[in-house]
Design a protein around this ligand. Structure first.
Ligand code: ADP
Ligand code: MG
Length: 697
């Protein structure tokens, strides 16, 4: 047996086109190509995205409403049902040896085309009672007709598939060629690195990933492959960062200590230790001959603005202009308001730059920006528009950077000469992850909040308590406080969501809050109407603001002490945390009430919010629960960097990758040593950017 395998393995190579593998052929080769499998060796790197092991599958007879289960069974009937509301539901009845159960996929009628009678389905999801037991799959895998299942208690690898090629076919192909391909694999990691990383040799890892005896084996295998991805990306990022840093000649500011010292003396509070550290980092950057490129991360309310202000004054006392860009006009206005107050004693008046300036004011602004006066410009994306020209921009600050697109963010740094760049974010993420995602930035964490802040009491309340919740809000209003009621309109184009907010607004105005001053704001309102309503709320002319998530950033109303969030289960945790940051800004006790389906599936998730006030913890939990897509989806990330690793799940591995990559580059910046040749080759094969960064020769 073994001898025969060797013999056929003699002709196989990792580099040969996949179509020459037995069982592939032209048509399949094309389909495999769509999955990125072109060479025989690519098959090894097409790793399962999940595993099922027999112990996790429940006999259908034992499934009860309220459980979250994984079952496997054959389709005995299927079809598409229309509902009264126009939603179409795909339903299938599946059977195993113990019994039958219905599965239901609302809004996915197209599944009718890919799921056939007799197919074996593996389903995971909650079971509910709806004319009988019904599973609503969160995930499913079609194993095809040929039910090999998890026979013999083996762990079943589930491969990412595509139209025309099933997970089962992939499993069959890998299984068939694994033994011939594995001996050809050469480990490219230097042994000391591999041991320091505490990961398996490559061939062992690949074997365990594809053919694990236990889930633990599969995970150990995957850890090695994850390490490799993270390590390679860290190498690229660190190297790119080092090169860019050297190449970024910038302004060399000097510490004149005129305006900055005046600000420190004028501040109505003492800076936190974290703020002082951040200011020190930034001042050091600005006073170096290189351009600053720094990300300042800090939770809502950690006091980022004042840190940015010190930077702006340092630029100003050197005779340079600075610009602070905010994502909305309202937020820009708020910055203008609070910053003007702080700068008033110094006789400095910032300039406002937004799209809604009158032609005349705009001309005045243009004149000031184009003079060499060292102004501080505060504004929206109007700051990066063509017509906005700075005579002497020395510092570009982007606030709430996750709200901007990549281009807009970059555009501010391209205004004027070569200004130093500071971007700020209130969605804090762990350091190794931040360096993976924003490798081109240096990082400062503001991990401390100003003292004396009252935590916001956060509670979960079900539908049955709605009346009591609203009465509580009314009592706060009667006591002279203000309130927010927030609706989840995730996509502002979702008419149904919007209608819910509008209807609720009408009901509330006529009902509990009859006679109070209410306003409704949502993303579909013209910007000026929206801002006008928010301004009235800020000025105390509105008691209850019914709003969609447009209020997420920025609005600062210390008299607002209560926030009700409707359908909290539809928000991400970080978003809820940001929303909650709108209350608790004054001296009064404040409340955040999550009202809706808070006892169902999302209970555990929502409890995290009730239990902690730490934005870092929340961001981490959120990323873990929802994956990175939501926070760093296409919008920010562009290409998909990781196929196997998940920088969050693999936080510890990523930290090791960061440390080892940094060490390798310190010893051998261009990877010229023979023992690093393997790593360099892999970089050049897998990452286009590597060519530019690690040229040969
Ligand atoms: P964020 O980091 O969310 O942008 P801000 O910069 O808006 O936070 O600051 C939130 C509030 O805290 C502001 O009212 C600000 O004046 C205040 N603040 C900032 N730093 C301190 C401090 N060291 N002590 C007390 N209050 C502070
Ligand atoms: Mg802020």
């Amino acid at each position: 047996m073994a001898v025969e395998r060797r013999a056929s393995a003699g002709r196989i190579s990792l580099d040969m086109p996949v179509k020459f593998l037995k069982g592939v052929g032209e048509p399949r080769a094309e389909l495999l190509g769509r999955l990125g499998i072109r060479k025989a060796g690519d098959l090894l790197w097409h790793v399962p995205h999940r595993y099922e092991d027999a112990s996790t599958i429940m006999p259908i007879v034992a499934v009860e409403p309220g459980m979250d289960v994984t079952v496997m069974g054959r389709v005995v009937s299927k079809g598409v049902l229309p509902t009264r509301k126009g939603l179409r539901i795909f339903q299938a009845v599946i059977r195993d040896e113990s019994g039958m159960i219905e599965a239901s996929w609302p809004g996915q009628p197209f599944l009718d085309r890919s799921v056939e009678k007799e197919d074996v389905l593996l389903l995971t999801g909650p079971c509910r009672f709806f004319h009988g037991r019904q599973i609503v799959p969160r995930e499913y895998v079609n194993l095809g007709r040929d039910d090999e299942g998890t026979a013999g208690g083996r762990v079943l690898a589930v491969y990412p598939a595509t139209e025309g090629i099933t997970a089962r076919t992939l499993r069959y192909l890998v299984e068939r060629h694994l033994d011939a391909l594995l001996p050809l694999v050469v480990d490219y990691l230097p042994d000391p690195v591999r041991r320091a990383a505490d990961v398996l040799p490559l061939a062992d890892a690949l074997r365990q990933v594809h053919r694990p005896a236990t889930l633990a084996e599969a995970i150990a295998g995957r850890d090695r492959l994850s390490f490799d991805e993270l390590f390679m990306v860290q190498l690229l990022q660190r190297r790119a960062n080092a090169i860019a840093r050297e190449a970024r000649t910038g302004i060399r500011f000097e510490r004149h200590r005129t305006l900055t010292t005046a600000l420190k003396e004028a501040l109505p509070f003492a800076l936190t230790a974290a703020q002082m550290r951040a200011i020190r980092d930034i001042v050091a950057d600005m006073c170096s001959p290189r351009r600053m490129h720094r990300l300042l991360q800090g939770d809502v309310g950690s006091g980022k603005t004042v840190v940015a202000l010190f930077a702006a004054l340092l630029a100003m006392e050197n005779g340079f202009q600075s610009a602070l860009m905010a994502p909305t006009e309202l937020l820009a206005e708020q910055h203008l308001h609070s910053i003007s107050k702080l700068l008033h004693p110094m006789g400095i008046l910032p300039v406002m730059v937004t799209g809604s300036l009158s032609a005349r004011s705009r001309r005045e602004v243009d004149v000031r920006l184009q003079s060499t006066e060292p102004v501080l410009a505060i504004g929206t994306h109007a700051l990066v528009q063509e017509r906005t020209r700075f005579a002497r921009l020395g510092l570009a600050i982007v606030d709430e950077q996750h709200r901007f697109g990549v281009e807009q963010r970059a555009a501010l740094g391209e205004k004027g000469g070569a200004p130093d760049v500071l971007v700020m974010s209130a969605t804090p993420i762990p350091r190794s992850l931040a360096l993976t995602l924003y490798g081109d930035l240096d990082l400062t964490m503001l991990d401390e909040r100003p003292p004396g802040r009252q935590p916001v009491t956060t509670v979960l309340r079900g539908e049955s308590q709605r009346e009591r919740v609203l009465q509580f809000v009314l009592s706060q209003v009667n006591a002279g406080r203000q309130a927010y009621i927030v609706y989840p309109v995730i996509e502002e184009s979702e008419k149904i969501d919007l209608k819910a907010a509008v209807t609720a607004y009408e009901t509330l105005s006529g009902g509990v809050f009859h006679g109070r001053r209410l306003a409704l704001v949502h993303g579909r309102l013209p910007g000026d109407e929206r801002d006008a309503a928010m301004r009235r709320f800020r000025d105390g002319a509105i008691d209850v603001l019914v709003a969609t998530t447009v209020i997420e950033v920025g609005i600062d109303v210390p008299n607002a002490t209560v926030m009700v969030v409707e359908h909290p289960e539809r928000f991400g945790l970080s978003q809820l945390h940001q929303l909650r940051g709108r209350v608790g800004r004054g001296a009064d006790a404040s409340y955040c009430i999550l009202l809706g389906d808070v006892f169902g599936e999302s209970a555990a998730r929502l409890h995290i919010l009730a239990d902690t006030d730490d934005g870092f913890e929340i961001a981490r939990a959120d990323l873990r629960l929802r994956g990175m897509g939501d926070l760093f989806g296409e919008r920010q990330h562009g290409e998909r960097t990781f196929r196997i690793a998940d920088p969050l799940r693999d936080e510890a591995i990523n930290a090791r990758a960061l440390r080892l990559a940094t060490g390798m580059l310190e010893a051998d910046p261009e990877l010229r040593r023979p023992e690093h040749a393997g790593v360099k080759r892999v970089l050049q094969e897998r990452y286009a950017r590597a060519l530019a960064l690690f040229r040969v020769g």
